[in-house]
Design a protein around this ligand. Sequence first.
Ligand SMILES: [Fe+2]
Length: 303
Amino acid sequence: MPQSYVTLSLETHLFFARIMKEHALFLEAGFPCINNEWIEDAESFRQQFEELLAEVIAISNGRINCDILNSNELVTEFTLPAEERTACLSGVAIDTDLTKKQKDLEASPARDEDREIVRRVHQLNARSLPLLNDFIAFKEAIIREMDTGNLFTANYPLLVKHIQREAKLYRATIQNLMNNRQVSYRELLGTENFWNQIMMEHALFIRGLLDPCEEELIKTAHEFSIDYKELLNRANCQNRRELQALSEASLEETLKYRDFKAAGTKGILNCEIDSIILPLLADHVLREANHYIRLLESTKQNG
Ligand SMILES: [Fe+2]
């Protein structure tokens, strides 16, 4: 049990702490310059998640599975150039060393963990919870102020709500790990619905952030949003067979979607696509598709 606790905790942080620090960057870069305090708060969250990620990376070598390394959900071939370009475009300093270190991580077969590592991981988990609570409250405040017309940001209100849900999933995952809870059948379905909705919303964001001249890409993004909406409409699965069919359809769709996102990230980095999408946002949504693919593939193997 300690091995899976250590591995699953580290893998969760390696994926999600990076996602959180990027959410903070997107928020930071989206505020108008009049909102200095919001900008500073977002930057502080970004740095705290970066510190958390650095500590996790420092103890992850040889303690994670090769599946997660091969999935390209932690780092893709585009992450480093996307970070470099985004840092230049936004003025936000990004610690790219973390990306290089994360890229160099190695997996290892299961082994018994010593008490010291279990204790350190437990401490990291415990430390991440108040940080996540504060970050969730921060996003809540942004949503409230946007909804009442007191705050303008370049991020869609739906994007802030979307990243809020991801923060809550991260927190729930850590809480479950700390309470040693087993994942149930209903939760499995819940996870698929969660990620199908995230994928659908990515398509809506991409559709809305592309330059209006990019008609073909806008059309494709729109079609992906419809496909995921249909998958979400099948969410009332009654038995394992229906759930299995839904998983297979979700996997097939997300593999196609991953290719679309990868081509988009490459196009944005090469200035071949006109948009108001930060290169790191393009890579970010690609990594989330890769993460979802790994989850779907692991359920397939275990199902
Ligand atoms: Fe995200």
